[in-house]
Write a protein that binds this ligand. Structure first.
Ligand SMILES: [Zn+2]
Length: 429
């Protein structure tokens, strides 16, 4: 007797199986004839582990237009605008925006999020609000927080002490922004000090690193070096790494093997990188996405992050990690079937591994968090970015949606359209 059985779905690896759930855990993945308290029919639909976002800013989300919009569309105006927003926001308002976003995420099957939280505000309002939100959503979203000195660990007079306070309050991961410090030397020193802090506390590191079009921004080199020196292999991620797009090829040929050796992961954020980078260019205009395919070929762990939804840096976004992967596969030109399947893997299992989630996955013994999608396989899911028909968190159905077929009224044509392709749906291709 199971609490819940998800019946007949197609798993991302192409197997068709029933999934039995007991006490919030997956207890069987096979053909089941057993009884269950609840049965969900997923015949012909894709059943995936939940989506995971390894890079987000939940203290800024859904604030678009407050107090004004970003007129230039640049990263630097966004940072200035965020400074203005910090002056007018309140703890309740931050919490309410974050909780509203978590509702969106839950409905999209996005059940694990790593969010940076600004630690430059002396009141640490965002930190307090998001620590409370983390507790509130714990039953359905794994929310991991990164102490992020947005205005620069040294550039801002109180950022260092506030970042230490935030970590003392229970923030999980050490962040940084070396390319925003006053000098290259300060940037490198900030990487060293933050990595030492993480090593002392036994924490992971995730830095905004080289989010610039300046090919000389090479803080990733220091991040790799400190990871190796301090024995932090497998616990460090560099977010964005956009300068690598513009770096000298010979230098990159030295850099990537070092990155692979130190097991430093990369988190590009394609929706944001394609919008913010290259703004100072005429033509040719750089894409501002890091070297994703080249890193994957070197065996480096690369996940796709979302970064922003309706905030000072980005006016769009829907909490759909398939949108993120869709943009990523276009900009990185990852269009072969294997590459597209890898993009789906990146927004699920790979992102979970970057976050260090140990109870995640579609396997017996893992937490029973699952998404049923109106698609036949991962590639079709990327193409359609379809409805999440059912979202299950720790064995509990938390969101559902009726299948949303269009009704046609054309003589001689079918009455409804789902946009699935008969030759590429249902079966693994
Ligand atoms: Zn970010």
């Amino acid at each position: 007797m199971f609490d819940l059985i998800v019946k007949g779905g197609t798993l991302p690896d192409g197997r068709v199986a029933d999934i039995g759930i007991t006490s919030g855990k997956i207890t069987a993945i096979e053909k089941l004839d057993a009884e269950a308290g609840q049965v969900i029919d997923a015949t012909g639909d894709l059943v995936s582990p939940p989506f995971v976002d390894p890079h987000f800013h939940m203290d800024a989300t859904l604030s678009y237009g407050t107090p004004r919009i970003n007129a230039s569309g640049t990263l630097l105006e966004g940072i200035g605008l965020w400074g203005e927003l910090k002056q007018v926001m309140t703890p309740d308002e931050v919490r309410d925006r974050a909780l509203a976003y978590c509702d969106w995420a839950a409905s999209m099957g996005l059940l694990a999020i790593r969010s940076h939280v600004d630690t430059c505000d002396d009141r640490l309002m965002g930190v307090e609000a998001l620590l409370e939100v983390k507790k509130q959503v714990a039953g359905y979203i794994d929310l991991q927080l990164v102490a992020f000195p947005q205005d620069g660990l040294y550039r801002d007079p109180t950022a260092l002490q506030n970042t230490i306070r935030a970590l003392d309050m229970g923030v999980d991961v050490v962040g940084g922004i070396p390319h925003f410090e006053r000098t290259m030397a300060d940037g490198a020193a900030s990487v060293t000090q933050l990595c030492e802090m993480a090593a002392e506390r036994g924490l992971m590191v995730d830095m905004h690193c080289d989010e610039t079009d300046d090919p000389m921004s090479r803080h990733i080199e220091t991040l790799i070096y400190e990871t190796q020196r301090l024995g932090l292999q497998g616990r460090v991620a560099g977010s964005h790494l956009t300068s690598m797009h513009s770096m000298d090829n010979y230098y990159v040929s030295k850099l990537l093997p070092l990155m692979a050796e130190a097991e430093v992961a990369a988190i590009p954020n394609p929706l944001i990188n394609i919008v913010l980078q290259g703004r100072h260019d005429t033509y040719p205009k750089r894409r501002g996405l890091t070297r994703v395919k080249e890193m994957l070929a070197m065996g480096i762990t690369v996940g796709w992050g979302q970064d922003c939804v309706m905030d000072p840096w980005y006016s769009l976004g829907t909490a759909d990690m398939l949108d993120v992967a869709f943009m990523g596969l276009h900009v990185a030109q990852m269009t072969s079937p294997d590459e597209m399947r890898q993009c789906f893997e990146m927004v699920t299992n790979t992102n979970a591994s970057i976050m260090g989630l140990t109870d995640y996955g579609l396997r017996v013994g893992a937490k029973a968090s699952l998404v049923v999608l109106d698609a036949g396989n991962p590639i079709e899911a990327l193409r359609l970015r379809p409805d999440r028909l059912c979202v299950i968190a720790a064995g509990r159905v938390i969101s559902g949606k009726t299948r949303n077929d269009a009704r046609l009224t054309l003589p001689g044509r079918p009455e409804s359209v789902r946009r699935r392709h008969p030759a590429h749906s249902g079966e693994f291709n």
